[in-house]
Design a protein around this ligand. Structure first.
Ligand code: DX5
Ligand code: ZN
Length: 220
């Protein structure tokens, strides 16, 4: 799998999400930010809305669960039709069991790290994951400034994946734009979430393609 752009709908118009998703046919997946007002100080949507969205598009959904107790709730998002489900390791009680459960249900299992969470303690878990998400802002809101301090962790995560010889994707999320995506690609990310950069663009689909081309250019 090459570079993938997975736009976040957090900055889209929530009153017409189906149409908003239809505006970005070039997206590799649609990144759906689920927030519960506990794990993060913001509230978005739950499995019922995600299920409706899944029915409205052929593009795979990439759920990013910023919620407490993902052990209980995450499998429901595979059932709701998400191709990929990301839980936060800071919230998971049993990340190995949870990743296996997501996979057993037919979803891609993914684990997210907040900016202050190191990757090293989780090295042995990497083979259990289809994707690792390194947050490049504190989760909770779109439109925040990219945190360069996360770049060394992306590099270390890429090195660990190479050492294990596994195909786990490495996703970055937060403040990704035409200005910051090259740094992420150079550091080793291959899946890029972009919310405000895509939905504030005049032509969101052209922005998806511009982001992909800019990331590819960074890799030469
Ligand atoms: C932040 C979310 C992100 C974010 C992306 O908590 O997980 O997906 O909204 O939006 P931008 O690209 O605007 O940072
Ligand atoms: Zn997200």
């Amino acid at each position: 799998m090459g570079l993938q752009i997975t736009p976040s709908i957090l900055n889209a118009d929530f009153s017409r999400l189906g149409e908003e998703v239809a505006r970005i046919p070039s997206a590799d997946m649609i990144h759906v930010d689920v927030m519960d007002n506990h794990f993060v100080p913001n509230l978005t949507f739950g499995p019922t809305m995600v299920e409706a969205l899944a029915r409205s598009t052929d593009t795979p959904l990439d759920a990013h669960l910023m919620i407490e107790d993902p052990d209980r709730h995450a499998p429901g998002y595979v059932e709701a039709g998400c191709a990929s489900v990301t839980f936060h390791v800071e919230a998971a009680k049993a990340p190995v069991r949870l990743a296996r459960e997501i996979r057993a249900q037919g979803g891609r299992a993914s684990m997210a790290l907040k900016p202050a969470t190191p990757i090293e303690p989780y090295e042995d878990l990497l083979p259990e994951l289809d994707m690792l998400l390194v947050m490049t802002v504190e989760p909770g809101f779109g439109g925040q400034r990219f945190l360069d301090l996360c770049l060394p962790k992306i590099r270390r995560a890429r090195a660990l994946l190479q050492r294990h010889g596994i195909e786990t994707w490495l996703q970055v999320d937060g403040g990704v734009s035409l200005e910051t995506i090259e740094r992420c690609a150079e550091a080793g990310a291959d899946v890029f979430v972009a919310g405000s950069a895509v939905y504030s663009a005049e032509d969101p689909d052209a922005m998806v393609n511009a982001l992909r081309e800019t990331a590819a250019r960074a890799l030469g």
